[in-house]
Design a protein around this ligand. Sequence first.
Ligand code: FES
Length: 578
Amino acid sequence: MSTPAMLRSAQWFAGREELAFQNRSSLRSMGLNPDDFAGKPVIGIANSWSDLNNCNANLRDVAEAVKRGVLMEGGLPLEFPTISLGEEFMKPSAMLYRNLMSMDVEETLRANPIDGVVLLCNCDKTTPAQLMAAASADLPAIQINGGPRAIGRWRGNSIGSGTDLWKYSDERRAGRLSLDEWHEIEASYGCGVGACNTMGTASTMTSLSEALGMMLPGTASIPATDSRRMQVATATGRRIVQLVREDLRPSRILTPQAFDNAIRTLLALGGSTNAIVHLIAMAGRRGIRLPLSRFDELARTTPFLVNMMPSGQHLMDSFDSAGGVSAVMAEIRDLLHLDTMTVSGRTLGENIARARSFDRDVIAARDKAILAGGALAVLQGNLAPQGAIVKVSAASRSLMKHVGRAIVFKNYDDMLDRIDSPDLPVTADSVLVLQNAGPKGVPGFPEWGSIPLPQKLLQAGVTDIVRISDSRMSGTAFGTVVLHVAPEAAAGGPLALVQDGDQIELDVDARRLQLLVDDTELSRRKAAWRPPISKHLRGYPKLYIDHVLQADEGCDFDFLRPESAAALDFVPPLVGRS
Ligand code: FES
Protein backbone atom coordinates (compact mmCIF):
# COMPACT_ATOMS: atom_id res chain seq x y z
CA MET A 1 0.00 0.00 0.00
CA SER A 2 1.50 3.36 -1.06
CA THR A 3 1.59 6.19 1.45
CA PRO A 4 1.61 9.85 0.38
CA ALA A 5 5.37 10.04 1.04
CA MET A 6 5.94 7.11 -1.31
CA LEU A 7 3.99 8.60 -4.18
CA ARG A 8 6.02 9.24 -7.28
CA SER A 9 4.56 12.74 -7.42
CA ALA A 10 6.03 13.49 -3.99
CA GLN A 11 9.38 13.87 -5.74
CA TRP A 12 7.90 16.90 -7.47
CA PHE A 13 5.80 18.36 -4.66
CA ALA A 14 7.63 17.36 -1.47
CA GLY A 15 11.22 17.11 -2.59
CA ARG A 16 13.98 19.71 -2.56
CA GLU A 17 12.24 22.80 -1.32
CA GLU A 18 12.92 25.38 -4.03
CA LEU A 19 11.86 22.89 -6.71
CA ALA A 20 8.84 21.72 -4.72
CA PHE A 21 7.88 25.36 -4.21
CA GLN A 22 7.93 25.90 -7.97
CA ASN A 23 5.92 22.76 -8.67
CA ARG A 24 3.31 23.46 -5.97
CA SER A 25 3.09 27.00 -7.23
CA SER A 26 2.28 25.66 -10.69
CA LEU A 27 -0.75 23.85 -9.28
CA ARG A 28 -1.80 26.90 -7.28
CA SER A 29 -1.56 29.01 -10.42
CA MET A 30 -4.33 26.77 -11.79
CA GLY A 31 -6.54 27.67 -8.82
CA LEU A 32 -5.79 24.72 -6.53
CA ASN A 33 -5.36 25.05 -2.77
CA PRO A 34 -2.73 22.99 -0.91
CA ASP A 35 -5.51 20.86 0.59
CA ASP A 36 -6.62 19.99 -2.95
CA PHE A 37 -3.39 18.20 -3.76
CA ALA A 38 -1.13 17.70 -0.73
CA GLY A 39 -0.38 14.00 -0.35
CA LYS A 40 -2.98 13.00 -2.92
CA PRO A 41 -2.29 10.61 -5.78
CA VAL A 42 -1.96 12.57 -9.00
CA ILE A 43 -3.96 10.86 -11.72
CA GLY A 44 -3.15 11.64 -15.33
CA ILE A 45 -6.07 11.35 -17.72
CA ALA A 46 -4.63 10.66 -21.16
CA ASN A 47 -7.34 11.89 -23.51
CA SER A 48 -7.25 10.97 -27.19
CA TRP A 49 -10.26 13.19 -27.97
CA SER A 50 -9.87 15.11 -31.23
CA ASP A 51 -12.03 16.85 -33.81
CA LEU A 52 -9.97 14.82 -36.27
CA ASN A 53 -11.28 11.57 -34.83
CA ASN A 54 -15.08 11.17 -34.82
CA CYS A 55 -14.80 7.79 -33.09
CA ASN A 56 -13.28 9.43 -30.00
CA ALA A 57 -15.57 12.48 -30.00
CA ASN A 58 -17.33 11.63 -26.71
CA LEU A 59 -14.12 11.30 -24.70
CA ARG A 60 -14.41 14.82 -23.27
CA ASP A 61 -17.59 13.72 -21.51
CA VAL A 62 -15.96 10.46 -20.43
CA ALA A 63 -13.01 12.46 -19.03
CA GLU A 64 -15.33 14.59 -16.91
CA ALA A 65 -16.91 11.47 -15.40
CA VAL A 66 -13.47 9.98 -14.75
CA LYS A 67 -12.43 13.19 -12.98
CA ARG A 68 -15.50 12.97 -10.75
CA GLY A 69 -14.49 9.48 -9.73
CA VAL A 70 -10.88 10.49 -9.05
CA LEU A 71 -11.99 13.40 -6.87
CA MET A 72 -14.51 11.27 -4.96
CA GLU A 73 -11.76 8.80 -4.15
CA GLY A 74 -9.35 11.46 -2.95
CA GLY A 75 -7.06 11.82 -5.96
CA LEU A 76 -6.08 14.83 -8.04
CA PRO A 77 -7.08 14.45 -11.71
CA LEU A 78 -4.91 16.19 -14.30
CA GLU A 79 -6.09 15.69 -17.86
CA PHE A 80 -3.65 15.90 -20.76
CA PRO A 81 -4.11 15.64 -24.53
CA THR A 82 -2.35 13.07 -26.64
CA ILE A 83 -2.20 12.67 -30.36
CA SER A 84 -5.28 10.89 -31.62
CA LEU A 85 -5.38 8.27 -34.34
CA GLY A 86 -8.57 8.56 -36.37
CA GLU A 87 -8.81 5.60 -38.68
CA GLU A 88 -10.90 7.44 -41.26
CA PHE A 89 -8.90 10.60 -41.83
CA MET A 90 -5.29 9.54 -41.33
CA LYS A 91 -3.44 8.60 -44.48
CA PRO A 92 -1.88 6.35 -45.54
CA SER A 93 -2.83 4.64 -42.30
CA ALA A 94 -3.35 5.39 -38.62
CA MET A 95 -1.11 2.39 -38.05
CA LEU A 96 1.87 4.46 -39.18
CA TYR A 97 1.40 6.53 -36.02
CA ARG A 98 0.55 3.84 -33.45
CA ASN A 99 4.14 3.73 -32.23
CA LEU A 100 4.36 7.51 -32.18
CA MET A 101 1.24 7.73 -30.00
CA SER A 102 2.66 5.10 -27.65
CA MET A 103 5.83 7.19 -27.32
CA ASP A 104 3.78 10.35 -26.76
CA VAL A 105 1.88 8.76 -23.88
CA GLU A 106 4.90 7.01 -22.37
CA GLU A 107 7.08 10.12 -22.43
CA THR A 108 4.31 12.34 -21.01
CA LEU A 109 4.04 9.92 -18.09
CA ARG A 110 7.80 9.79 -17.69
CA ALA A 111 8.26 13.55 -17.64
CA ASN A 112 5.44 14.57 -15.30
CA PRO A 113 4.37 14.14 -11.67
CA ILE A 114 1.88 11.37 -12.38
CA ASP A 115 1.20 8.48 -9.99
CA GLY A 116 -1.33 6.63 -12.10
CA VAL A 117 -3.07 7.10 -15.41
CA VAL A 118 -6.49 6.59 -16.96
CA LEU A 119 -6.19 5.89 -20.69
CA LEU A 120 -9.12 7.14 -22.80
CA CYS A 121 -9.29 5.28 -26.10
CA ASN A 122 -11.76 4.16 -28.75
CA CYS A 123 -10.72 4.14 -32.41
CA ASP A 124 -8.63 1.16 -33.54
CA LYS A 125 -5.03 2.16 -32.87
CA THR A 126 -5.60 4.38 -29.85
CA THR A 127 -6.22 1.32 -27.66
CA PRO A 128 -3.02 -0.64 -28.40
CA ALA A 129 -0.91 2.53 -28.50
CA GLN A 130 -1.96 3.43 -24.96
CA LEU A 131 -1.49 -0.12 -23.70
CA MET A 132 1.99 -0.28 -25.22
CA ALA A 133 2.83 2.94 -23.39
CA ALA A 134 1.37 1.63 -20.14
CA ALA A 135 3.32 -1.60 -20.47
CA SER A 136 6.58 0.33 -20.88
CA ALA A 137 5.88 2.97 -18.26
CA ASP A 138 4.58 0.48 -15.70
CA LEU A 139 2.78 3.06 -13.62
CA PRO A 140 -0.65 2.03 -12.29
CA ALA A 141 -2.94 2.32 -15.30
CA ILE A 142 -6.50 1.58 -16.29
CA GLN A 143 -8.17 1.97 -19.67
CA ILE A 144 -11.66 3.06 -20.63
CA ASN A 145 -13.11 3.41 -24.12
CA GLY A 146 -15.74 5.72 -25.58
CA GLY A 147 -17.89 2.78 -26.68
CA PRO A 148 -19.43 1.69 -29.97
CA ARG A 149 -21.67 4.06 -31.89
CA ALA A 150 -25.42 3.75 -32.41
CA ILE A 151 -26.76 1.62 -35.24
CA GLY A 152 -27.66 3.42 -38.46
CA ARG A 153 -30.52 2.06 -40.56
CA TRP A 154 -31.24 2.19 -44.29
CA ARG A 155 -34.60 1.07 -45.65
CA GLY A 156 -35.27 -1.06 -42.62
CA ASN A 157 -31.83 -2.66 -42.53
CA SER A 158 -29.21 -2.12 -39.82
CA ILE A 159 -25.92 -0.82 -41.12
CA GLY A 160 -22.73 -2.31 -39.73
CA SER A 161 -19.73 0.04 -39.74
CA GLY A 162 -17.23 -0.92 -42.39
CA THR A 163 -18.73 -4.31 -43.21
CA ASP A 164 -21.79 -2.86 -44.92
CA LEU A 165 -19.71 -0.15 -46.57
CA TRP A 166 -17.64 -2.86 -48.31
CA LYS A 167 -20.82 -4.76 -49.19
CA TYR A 168 -22.67 -1.78 -50.65
CA SER A 169 -19.52 -0.55 -52.36
CA ASP A 170 -19.34 -3.85 -54.26
CA GLU A 171 -23.05 -3.51 -55.11
CA ARG A 172 -22.42 -0.03 -56.46
CA ARG A 173 -19.43 -1.17 -58.53
CA ALA A 174 -21.48 -4.05 -59.89
CA GLY A 175 -24.11 -1.52 -61.04
CA ARG A 176 -26.83 -2.76 -58.70
CA LEU A 177 -27.05 0.38 -56.53
CA SER A 178 -27.96 3.84 -57.82
CA LEU A 179 -26.10 7.04 -56.90
CA ASP A 180 -29.15 8.28 -54.98
CA GLU A 181 -29.28 5.07 -52.97
CA TRP A 182 -25.55 5.32 -52.32
CA HIS A 183 -26.02 8.85 -50.93
CA GLU A 184 -28.94 7.71 -48.76
CA ILE A 185 -26.67 5.08 -47.20
CA GLU A 186 -23.97 7.69 -46.62
CA ALA A 187 -26.44 9.84 -44.66
CA SER A 188 -27.30 7.09 -42.21
CA TYR A 189 -23.99 5.22 -42.15
CA GLY A 190 -22.08 7.06 -39.39
CA CYS A 191 -24.90 7.27 -36.88
CA GLY A 192 -23.43 9.34 -34.06
CA VAL A 193 -20.19 9.41 -32.11
CA GLY A 194 -18.37 6.30 -31.03
CA ALA A 195 -16.40 3.45 -32.50
CA CYS A 196 -17.42 1.13 -35.32
CA ASN A 197 -20.33 -0.98 -34.16
CA THR A 198 -19.11 -4.22 -35.77
CA MET A 199 -16.51 -6.57 -34.27
CA GLY A 200 -13.87 -4.64 -36.18
CA THR A 201 -10.51 -3.66 -34.83
CA ALA A 202 -11.84 -1.05 -32.38
CA SER A 203 -14.28 -3.39 -30.62
CA THR A 204 -11.80 -6.25 -30.81
CA MET A 205 -9.07 -4.21 -29.14
CA THR A 206 -11.26 -2.79 -26.39
CA SER A 207 -12.61 -6.31 -25.76
CA LEU A 208 -9.03 -7.57 -25.50
CA SER A 209 -8.11 -4.76 -23.12
CA GLU A 210 -10.87 -6.09 -20.89
CA ALA A 211 -9.70 -9.67 -21.42
CA LEU A 212 -6.12 -8.70 -20.53
CA GLY A 213 -7.39 -7.17 -17.31
CA MET A 214 -6.66 -3.52 -18.17
CA MET A 215 -10.30 -2.37 -18.29
CA LEU A 216 -13.02 -2.89 -15.67
CA PRO A 217 -15.17 -5.93 -16.49
CA GLY A 218 -18.26 -5.11 -18.55
CA THR A 219 -16.84 -1.85 -19.92
CA ALA A 220 -15.80 -2.51 -23.52
CA SER A 221 -19.18 -3.13 -25.14
CA ILE A 222 -21.33 -0.44 -23.45
CA PRO A 223 -22.65 1.82 -26.26
CA ALA A 224 -21.20 5.33 -26.54
CA THR A 225 -24.48 7.04 -25.70
CA ASP A 226 -25.60 4.70 -22.90
CA SER A 227 -25.60 6.35 -19.44
CA ARG A 228 -23.82 3.26 -18.10
CA ARG A 229 -20.74 4.53 -19.93
CA MET A 230 -20.57 7.55 -17.63
CA GLN A 231 -21.22 5.32 -14.64
CA VAL A 232 -18.32 3.07 -15.54
CA ALA A 233 -16.16 6.12 -16.25
CA THR A 234 -16.76 7.36 -12.73
CA ALA A 235 -15.99 3.89 -11.37
CA THR A 236 -12.79 3.85 -13.45
CA GLY A 237 -11.78 7.19 -11.93
CA ARG A 238 -12.32 5.85 -8.43
CA ARG A 239 -10.48 2.64 -9.21
CA ILE A 240 -7.29 4.27 -10.50
CA VAL A 241 -6.81 6.04 -7.17
CA GLN A 242 -7.14 2.69 -5.42
CA LEU A 243 -4.73 1.12 -7.91
CA VAL A 244 -2.11 3.72 -6.97
CA ARG A 245 -2.64 3.07 -3.28
CA GLU A 246 -2.41 -0.68 -3.89
CA ASP A 247 0.61 -0.16 -6.18
CA LEU A 248 -0.99 -2.53 -8.69
CA ARG A 249 0.92 -2.00 -11.92
CA PRO A 250 0.62 -3.34 -15.50
CA SER A 251 3.63 -5.61 -14.88
CA ARG A 252 1.42 -7.69 -12.55
CA ILE A 253 -1.43 -7.74 -15.05
CA LEU A 254 0.23 -8.03 -18.47
CA THR A 255 1.72 -11.48 -17.94
CA PRO A 256 2.22 -14.31 -20.45
CA GLN A 257 -0.92 -15.93 -19.02
CA ALA A 258 -2.95 -12.76 -19.56
CA PHE A 259 -1.82 -12.66 -23.20
CA ASP A 260 -2.89 -16.28 -23.64
CA ASN A 261 -6.31 -15.26 -22.27
CA ALA A 262 -6.47 -12.38 -24.74
CA ILE A 263 -5.56 -14.62 -27.68
CA ARG A 264 -8.24 -17.14 -26.67
CA THR A 265 -10.78 -14.34 -26.41
CA LEU A 266 -9.77 -12.96 -29.80
CA LEU A 267 -10.36 -16.40 -31.32
CA ALA A 268 -13.71 -16.90 -29.60
CA LEU A 269 -14.79 -13.45 -30.81
CA GLY A 270 -13.65 -14.08 -34.38
CA GLY A 271 -12.01 -10.68 -33.92
CA SER A 272 -9.80 -8.54 -36.10
CA THR A 273 -6.55 -9.87 -37.54
CA ASN A 274 -5.00 -6.54 -36.56
CA ALA A 275 -5.17 -7.68 -32.95
CA ILE A 276 -2.42 -10.21 -33.65
CA VAL A 277 0.04 -7.45 -34.50
CA HIS A 278 -1.04 -5.31 -31.55
CA LEU A 279 -0.89 -8.13 -28.98
CA ILE A 280 2.62 -9.06 -30.12
CA ALA A 281 3.69 -5.42 -29.80
CA MET A 282 2.14 -4.99 -26.34
CA ALA A 283 3.66 -8.21 -25.05
CA GLY A 284 7.00 -7.18 -26.53
CA ARG A 285 6.99 -4.07 -24.34
CA ARG A 286 6.99 -6.39 -21.30
CA GLY A 287 9.73 -8.58 -22.77
CA ILE A 288 7.18 -11.32 -23.52
CA ARG A 289 7.62 -13.05 -26.86
CA LEU A 290 4.40 -14.06 -28.65
CA PRO A 291 5.38 -16.09 -31.73
CA LEU A 292 2.72 -16.54 -34.42
CA SER A 293 2.87 -20.26 -33.69
CA ARG A 294 1.29 -19.51 -30.29
CA PHE A 295 -1.75 -17.98 -32.01
CA ASP A 296 -2.09 -21.00 -34.27
CA GLU A 297 -1.64 -23.42 -31.39
CA LEU A 298 -4.39 -21.74 -29.36
CA ALA A 299 -6.59 -21.35 -32.45
CA ARG A 300 -6.79 -25.08 -32.94
CA THR A 301 -8.48 -25.60 -29.58
CA THR A 302 -10.48 -22.38 -29.12
CA PRO A 303 -14.08 -22.37 -30.36
CA PHE A 304 -15.42 -19.46 -32.38
CA LEU A 305 -18.60 -18.39 -30.59
CA VAL A 306 -19.62 -14.86 -31.47
CA ASN A 307 -22.05 -14.18 -34.32
CA MET A 308 -21.03 -10.61 -35.13
CA MET A 309 -20.24 -8.74 -38.31
CA PRO A 310 -17.99 -9.11 -40.24
CA SER A 311 -17.88 -12.87 -39.52
CA GLY A 312 -21.58 -13.08 -38.64
CA GLN A 313 -24.74 -11.00 -38.33
CA HIS A 314 -25.06 -8.98 -35.14
CA LEU A 315 -23.71 -5.60 -34.00
CA MET A 316 -22.22 -4.33 -30.75
CA ASP A 317 -25.51 -3.38 -29.08
CA SER A 318 -26.61 -7.01 -29.31
CA PHE A 319 -23.21 -8.19 -28.08
CA ASP A 320 -23.48 -5.93 -25.07
CA SER A 321 -26.95 -7.09 -24.12
CA ALA A 322 -25.92 -10.71 -24.64
CA GLY A 323 -23.34 -10.32 -21.88
CA GLY A 324 -20.31 -8.89 -23.67
CA VAL A 325 -16.72 -9.96 -23.15
CA SER A 326 -17.31 -11.54 -19.74
CA ALA A 327 -19.95 -13.86 -21.19
CA VAL A 328 -17.59 -14.97 -23.95
CA MET A 329 -14.79 -15.63 -21.49
CA ALA A 330 -17.16 -17.49 -19.18
CA GLU A 331 -18.03 -19.79 -22.07
CA ILE A 332 -14.37 -20.76 -22.50
CA ARG A 333 -13.38 -20.49 -18.84
CA ASP A 334 -11.75 -23.93 -18.83
CA LEU A 335 -9.30 -22.69 -21.48
CA LEU A 336 -8.31 -19.55 -19.55
CA HIS A 337 -5.84 -18.73 -16.81
CA LEU A 338 -8.37 -17.72 -14.18
CA ASP A 339 -5.83 -16.58 -11.60
CA THR A 340 -4.52 -13.61 -13.63
CA MET A 341 -4.82 -10.28 -11.83
CA THR A 342 -6.95 -7.47 -13.29
CA VAL A 343 -7.44 -3.74 -12.65
CA SER A 344 -10.57 -4.56 -10.67
CA GLY A 345 -8.27 -5.90 -7.96
CA ARG A 346 -9.82 -9.30 -8.47
CA THR A 347 -8.70 -12.22 -10.58
CA LEU A 348 -10.17 -12.90 -13.98
CA GLY A 349 -11.91 -15.96 -12.52
CA GLU A 350 -13.60 -13.79 -9.89
CA ASN A 351 -14.59 -11.20 -12.50
CA ILE A 352 -16.41 -13.71 -14.70
CA ALA A 353 -17.72 -16.01 -11.99
CA ARG A 354 -21.35 -15.02 -12.57
CA ALA A 355 -21.14 -14.16 -16.26
CA ARG A 356 -23.17 -16.00 -18.88
CA SER A 357 -24.64 -15.49 -22.32
CA PHE A 358 -28.14 -14.01 -22.39
CA ASP A 359 -28.59 -14.52 -26.12
CA ARG A 360 -27.34 -17.73 -27.64
CA ASP A 361 -27.77 -16.41 -31.17
CA VAL A 362 -25.13 -13.76 -30.41
CA ILE A 363 -22.80 -15.64 -28.04
CA ALA A 364 -23.20 -19.31 -28.77
CA ALA A 365 -23.03 -22.10 -26.24
CA ARG A 366 -19.74 -23.95 -26.19
CA ASP A 367 -21.31 -27.14 -27.55
CA LYS A 368 -22.96 -25.19 -30.37
CA ALA A 369 -19.87 -23.26 -31.46
CA ILE A 370 -19.91 -21.66 -34.91
CA LEU A 371 -16.51 -23.28 -35.49
CA ALA A 372 -14.99 -25.79 -33.09
CA GLY A 373 -11.61 -24.13 -33.63
CA GLY A 374 -9.48 -22.19 -36.05
CA ALA A 375 -11.15 -18.78 -36.47
CA LEU A 376 -7.68 -17.60 -37.50
CA ALA A 377 -4.90 -19.60 -39.08
CA VAL A 378 -1.20 -18.91 -39.38
CA LEU A 379 0.22 -19.94 -42.74
CA GLN A 380 3.78 -20.71 -43.65
CA GLY A 381 5.65 -21.72 -46.78
CA ASN A 382 8.17 -20.41 -49.26
CA LEU A 383 5.92 -17.39 -49.90
CA ALA A 384 5.79 -16.44 -46.20
CA PRO A 385 8.86 -17.80 -44.37
CA GLN A 386 8.00 -15.73 -41.26
CA GLY A 387 4.29 -16.36 -41.53
CA ALA A 388 1.02 -14.97 -42.84
CA ILE A 389 -2.53 -14.79 -41.46
CA VAL A 390 -5.93 -15.74 -42.77
CA LYS A 391 -9.19 -15.00 -40.94
CA VAL A 392 -10.97 -18.29 -41.50
CA SER A 393 -14.15 -17.12 -39.79
CA ALA A 394 -14.66 -14.42 -42.46
CA ALA A 395 -13.39 -16.44 -45.45
CA SER A 396 -15.07 -18.78 -47.95
CA ARG A 397 -14.92 -22.45 -47.02
CA SER A 398 -14.68 -23.34 -50.72
CA LEU A 399 -11.38 -21.47 -51.06
CA MET A 400 -9.60 -22.96 -48.04
CA LYS A 401 -7.73 -25.28 -50.40
CA HIS A 402 -6.96 -23.61 -53.67
CA VAL A 403 -4.36 -23.43 -56.43
CA GLY A 404 -4.54 -20.52 -58.84
CA ARG A 405 -2.49 -18.33 -61.13
CA ALA A 406 -1.23 -15.03 -59.79
CA ILE A 407 -2.23 -11.61 -61.02
CA VAL A 408 0.38 -9.29 -59.52
CA PHE A 409 -0.03 -5.65 -58.59
CA LYS A 410 3.30 -3.95 -57.92
CA ASN A 411 1.75 -1.51 -55.45
CA TYR A 412 -1.57 0.01 -54.38
CA ASP A 413 -1.73 2.56 -57.22
CA ASP A 414 -1.09 -0.19 -59.75
CA MET A 415 -3.96 -2.15 -58.23
CA LEU A 416 -6.35 0.82 -58.33
CA ASP A 417 -5.40 1.56 -61.95
CA ARG A 418 -6.09 -1.95 -63.24
CA ILE A 419 -8.50 -3.73 -60.89
CA ASP A 420 -11.62 -2.79 -62.88
CA SER A 421 -10.01 -2.90 -66.31
CA PRO A 422 -11.89 -5.09 -68.78
CA ASP A 423 -8.45 -6.28 -69.93
CA LEU A 424 -7.47 -7.73 -66.55
CA PRO A 425 -7.04 -11.46 -67.27
CA VAL A 426 -8.81 -12.48 -64.07
CA THR A 427 -11.08 -15.45 -63.40
CA ALA A 428 -12.72 -16.72 -60.24
CA ASP A 429 -9.73 -19.08 -59.84
CA SER A 430 -7.09 -16.35 -60.01
CA VAL A 431 -5.05 -15.31 -57.00
CA LEU A 432 -4.67 -11.54 -56.63
CA VAL A 433 -1.27 -10.52 -55.23
CA LEU A 434 -0.49 -7.05 -53.90
CA GLN A 435 3.18 -6.22 -53.30
CA ASN A 436 4.88 -3.37 -51.41
CA ALA A 437 1.97 -2.62 -49.08
CA GLY A 438 3.62 -3.70 -45.82
CA PRO A 439 5.14 -1.88 -42.83
CA LYS A 440 8.18 -0.43 -44.64
CA GLY A 441 6.70 -0.51 -48.11
CA VAL A 442 4.19 2.32 -47.85
CA PRO A 443 5.28 3.05 -45.02
CA GLY A 444 2.79 2.31 -42.25
CA PHE A 445 1.23 -1.11 -42.96
CA PRO A 446 -2.14 0.17 -44.27
CA GLU A 447 -5.37 -1.82 -44.56
CA TRP A 448 -5.12 -2.49 -48.27
CA GLY A 449 -5.12 -6.28 -48.08
CA SER A 450 -8.79 -6.83 -48.88
CA ILE A 451 -8.22 -6.02 -52.55
CA PRO A 452 -11.61 -5.17 -54.09
CA LEU A 453 -13.10 -7.81 -56.33
CA PRO A 454 -12.56 -6.91 -60.01
CA GLN A 455 -15.67 -5.39 -61.54
CA LYS A 456 -15.93 -8.07 -64.20
CA LEU A 457 -16.11 -10.76 -61.49
CA LEU A 458 -18.69 -8.81 -59.49
CA GLN A 459 -20.86 -8.49 -62.58
CA ALA A 460 -20.52 -12.24 -63.11
CA GLY A 461 -21.80 -12.82 -59.57
CA VAL A 462 -18.48 -13.90 -58.03
CA THR A 463 -18.45 -13.08 -54.30
CA ASP A 464 -14.95 -14.06 -53.21
CA ILE A 465 -11.50 -14.81 -54.58
CA VAL A 466 -8.12 -15.53 -52.96
CA ARG A 467 -6.12 -12.39 -52.26
CA ILE A 468 -2.59 -12.25 -50.83
CA SER A 469 -0.53 -9.30 -49.63
CA ASP A 470 1.96 -8.04 -47.09
CA SER A 471 -0.69 -5.54 -46.00
CA ARG A 472 -3.38 -5.57 -43.29
CA MET A 473 -7.16 -5.71 -43.59
CA SER A 474 -9.79 -3.66 -41.82
CA GLY A 475 -11.25 -5.61 -38.93
CA THR A 476 -14.66 -4.99 -40.48
CA ALA A 477 -13.75 -6.61 -43.81
CA PHE A 478 -14.27 -10.19 -44.98
CA GLY A 479 -13.21 -12.60 -47.70
CA THR A 480 -10.47 -15.15 -48.36
CA VAL A 481 -7.69 -12.69 -47.74
CA VAL A 482 -4.17 -13.74 -46.79
CA LEU A 483 -2.49 -10.94 -44.86
CA HIS A 484 0.68 -9.86 -43.06
CA VAL A 485 2.96 -11.90 -45.35
CA ALA A 486 6.39 -11.67 -43.75
CA PRO A 487 8.98 -10.67 -44.63
CA GLU A 488 7.23 -8.04 -46.72
CA ALA A 489 8.07 -7.37 -50.37
CA ALA A 490 9.83 -4.06 -49.66
CA ALA A 491 12.16 -5.87 -47.27
CA GLY A 492 13.05 -8.44 -49.93
CA GLY A 493 10.56 -11.11 -48.90
CA PRO A 494 9.57 -13.77 -51.45
CA LEU A 495 6.30 -11.91 -52.11
CA ALA A 496 8.44 -9.48 -54.14
CA LEU A 497 9.42 -12.32 -56.48
CA VAL A 498 5.91 -13.36 -57.57
CA GLN A 499 5.17 -12.76 -61.23
CA ASP A 500 1.98 -12.85 -63.30
CA GLY A 501 0.98 -16.40 -64.12
CA ASP A 502 2.89 -18.08 -61.27
CA GLN A 503 0.90 -20.74 -59.52
CA ILE A 504 0.20 -20.26 -55.83
CA GLU A 505 -1.10 -22.91 -53.45
CA LEU A 506 -3.20 -22.04 -50.41
CA ASP A 507 -4.02 -24.90 -48.06
CA VAL A 508 -5.43 -23.61 -44.79
CA ASP A 509 -5.84 -27.03 -43.15
CA ALA A 510 -2.17 -27.77 -43.85
CA ARG A 511 -1.28 -24.16 -42.89
CA ARG A 512 0.59 -23.85 -46.20
CA LEU A 513 1.18 -20.90 -48.52
CA GLN A 514 3.44 -21.92 -51.37
CA LEU A 515 4.71 -20.27 -54.51
CA LEU A 516 4.93 -23.14 -56.99
CA VAL A 517 8.06 -21.91 -58.71
CA ASP A 518 11.31 -23.89 -58.52
CA ASP A 519 14.15 -22.73 -56.32
CA THR A 520 16.55 -22.05 -59.18
CA GLU A 521 14.14 -19.63 -60.78
CA LEU A 522 13.41 -17.97 -57.42
CA SER A 523 17.16 -17.53 -56.82
CA ARG A 524 17.49 -15.92 -60.24
CA ARG A 525 14.64 -13.52 -59.47
CA LYS A 526 16.08 -12.77 -56.04
CA ALA A 527 19.45 -11.84 -57.55
CA ALA A 528 17.72 -9.42 -59.91
CA TRP A 529 15.51 -7.86 -57.19
CA ARG A 530 16.22 -4.28 -56.10
CA PRO A 531 14.52 -2.60 -53.11
CA PRO A 532 11.99 0.08 -54.00
CA ILE A 533 13.41 3.60 -53.76
CA SER A 534 11.80 5.38 -50.82
CA LYS A 535 10.84 9.02 -51.12
CA HIS A 536 10.72 9.31 -47.33
CA LEU A 537 14.11 10.71 -46.46
CA ARG A 538 13.32 12.70 -43.32
CA GLY A 539 11.14 12.97 -40.26
CA TYR A 540 8.89 10.40 -38.68
CA PRO A 541 8.30 8.27 -41.82
CA LYS A 542 12.08 7.87 -42.17
CA LEU A 543 12.38 6.87 -38.51
CA TYR A 544 9.54 4.41 -39.05
CA ILE A 545 11.09 2.77 -42.11
CA ASP A 546 14.46 2.48 -40.41
CA HIS A 547 13.20 0.93 -37.18
CA VAL A 548 9.85 -0.83 -37.69
CA LEU A 549 9.83 -4.57 -37.09
CA GLN A 550 8.02 -6.98 -39.39
CA ALA A 551 4.40 -8.05 -38.87
CA ASP A 552 5.29 -11.28 -37.08
CA GLU A 553 7.16 -9.15 -34.51
CA GLY A 554 4.31 -6.68 -33.95
CA CYS A 555 5.58 -3.72 -36.03
CA ASP A 556 6.90 -1.99 -32.94
CA PHE A 557 10.14 -0.04 -33.20
CA ASP A 558 13.22 -2.11 -32.43
CA PHE A 559 14.42 0.49 -29.90
CA LEU A 560 11.17 0.45 -27.89
CA ARG A 561 11.51 -3.12 -26.76
CA PRO A 562 13.20 -3.65 -23.42
CA GLU A 563 16.74 -4.89 -23.84
CA SER A 564 16.90 -5.93 -20.23
CA ALA A 565 14.84 -6.00 -17.05
CA ALA A 566 16.55 -2.75 -16.07
CA ALA A 567 15.10 -1.08 -19.15
CA LEU A 568 11.63 -1.62 -17.70
CA ASP A 569 12.38 0.21 -14.45
CA PHE A 570 10.43 3.39 -14.78
CA VAL A 571 12.51 5.53 -12.49
CA PRO A 572 11.59 9.17 -12.83
CA PRO A 573 14.37 11.51 -13.82
CA LEU A 574 15.86 13.89 -11.30
CA VAL A 575 13.32 16.63 -10.92
CA GLY A 576 15.04 19.82 -11.98
CA ARG A 577 14.50 23.36 -12.98
CA SER A 578 13.80 23.78 -16.67
FE1 FES B 1 -12.69 4.54 -35.73
FE2 FES B 1 -13.78 2.25 -36.75
S1 FES B 1 -13.00 3.99 -37.83
S2 FES B 1 -13.48 2.84 -34.70
